[in-house]
Design a protein around this ligand. Structure first.
Ligand SMILES: *[C@@H]1O[C@H](CO)[C@@H](O)[C@H](O)[C@H]1NC(C)=O
Length: 301
């Protein structure tokens, strides 16, 4: 018995720092044309994780509005994150899992905990397990310990903390990277209490997050500062990059971001210098038989 339990402890200790699959949940919670930048933030992160190898079948993309189709969009069908308009984020293979009024607090929390309706297609579910690293990115309007959804309701820091605790109890993750760009963003991770969660926010308590620049032809701001500089860093990352989460954190600069990005590491038992960016933004390049691979565009299972 004794030896068995020691062996089990060892297995648990070893497996707690290894992941065999990567998932991402990327959410823009705002409606209205003037919040164009929140969709651009989210679509930029979506593009980044896809570029680094996470397949659409392992990305849940939630967009509370559709700037591409907004009648005020001078460039219909597009979303750009830069006034140079070099990269249309909406151009190829955008797979939005939840859009418009489907993007609610309830839906978001149910996706995290997989307490979804039985008719929900696999492509819209977060089918993670205890070996999953999960990148969760949120952007929208927020305040002290809340983030607005649709201008109609709010998710609280407690709601997300409790959802993570349920995910942990249900063995739905190995590690979580939580990242949020909103006003007072760092308050959103202040209530977390579950293990193996690394959290990053754009701005402190009583501090706004700021947009980076506007495109005068689009007529609105097209990207937020915190996200802009994360993306600038992430653009250097390739699938085999040795850049670490510490490198990303070290790149945060108040002079550029105009707010104090925060990093919460007390629930995360690894040295960020040992954690590759691709541990969260990329996909494990393992040879595995994965039955989920072939349902990427198939909602009928
Ligand atoms: C993390 O690792 C780096 C590089 O090995 C080291 O310099 C640093 O002291 C470590 N930090 C902690 C908190 O252990």
């Amino acid at each position: 018995m004794r030896i068995l339990s020691i062996l089990l402890t060892l297995v648990v200790a070893v497996s707690s720092n290894t992941h065999t699959n990567n998932w991402a949940v990327i959410v823009s919670t705002s409606r209205f044309w003037f919040n164009y930048r929140h969709q651009a933030n989210a679509l930029s992160m979506y593009r980044t994780v896809k570029r680094l190898g996470i397949p659409d079948s392992q990305i849940i993309l939630m967009l509370a509005d559709d700037a591409a189709c907004n009648p005020r969009n001078a460039f219909p069908g597009t979303v750009y994150n830069n006034a140079d308009r070099a990269l249309d984020l909406y151009s190829n293979n955008i797979e939005v899992d939840y859009r418009g009024y489907e993007v609610t607090v309830d839906t978001f929390l149910r996706v995290l905990t997989d307490k979804v309706d039985t008719t929900t297609p696999r492509s819209k579910r977060l089918l993670t397990d205890e070996h999953s690293n999960v990148f969760i990115y949120l952007t929208g309007h927020g305040g002290n310990e809340f983030l607005k959804f649709q201008d109609a309701e709010e998710v609280s820091a407690f709601d997300i903390a409790d959802a993570f605790a349920q995910m942990h109890a249900m063995k739905r993750y190995s590690e979580i990277l939580f990242m949020i760009d909103t006003c007072q963003a760092n308050t959103m991770y202040s209530k977390f209490y579950s293990p193996n969660v690394l959290a990053i926010g754009s701005s402190e308590f009583e501090e706004s997050s700021y947009s980076h620049h506007a495109d005068s032809d689009v007529g609105v701001a097209v990207i937020d500062r915190f996200t802009y500089y994360n993306l600038e860093f992430l653009e250097q990352v390739e699938r085999k990059s040795s850049l670490t989460m510490q490198d990303l954190v070290d790149s945060y600069d108040y002079v550029k971001i105009h707010s104090h990005a925060g990093v919460r590491t007390d629930l995360y038992n690894q040295n960020l210098s040992d954690v590759l960016i691709t541990d969260f933004f990329g996909n494990v390049q393992a040879v595995e038989i994965d039955n989920d691979e072939d349902d990427e565009d198939d909602d009928d299972e």
